[in-house]
Design a binder for this molecule. Structure first.
Ligand SMILES: [Zn+2]
Length: 122
């Protein structure tokens, strides 16, 4: 599992608690929650939704996409951010972009087991 249930519970409790302490307009809260949801989903889909020129271009050096967050799920102790790479760079935890490996169908060996590269037909 790449998302601990306790993490989702703390998120579900923390945001309503903060709204009680910090005044925020409903529209601003809706924007924040929408961005959080979209980035949370797109960074965990297991494939890249954005074009390669964005991910590997100048914008990709600042924005976090699924390719960047994939490395977090490969190595665990790096690439902690979900939105911008700034904090990972500042904290020395940015380890660049990860890769996606195609999951094998039932009864088939993985690409790694067959010695094929990702994107190469087995
Ligand atoms: Zn994650």
């Amino acid at each position: 599992m790449s998302f601990h249930p306790l993490e989702s519970v703390t998120g579900a409790v923390l945001i309503p608690a903060l709204v009680m302490l910090i005044p925020i307009h409903y529209g601003a809260l809706l924007v924040v929650l929408t961005v959080m949801t979209i980035m949370g989903v797109t960074n965990h889909m297991g494939w890249e939704i954005f074009p390669d020129r964005l991910v590997r271009g100048p914008a990709g050096k600042w924005l976090i996409t699924a390719s960047h967050h994939q490395r977090h799920h490969e190595k665990y102790l790096c690439n902690f951010g979900l939105y911008f790479r700034f904090w990972d760079r500042l904290c020395g935890t940015d380890r660049g972009l990860g890769t996606f490996e195609t999951l094998p169908a039932a009864g088939q060996r993985s690409l790694r087991e067959t010695g094929h590269e990702v994107g190469q037909l087995p």
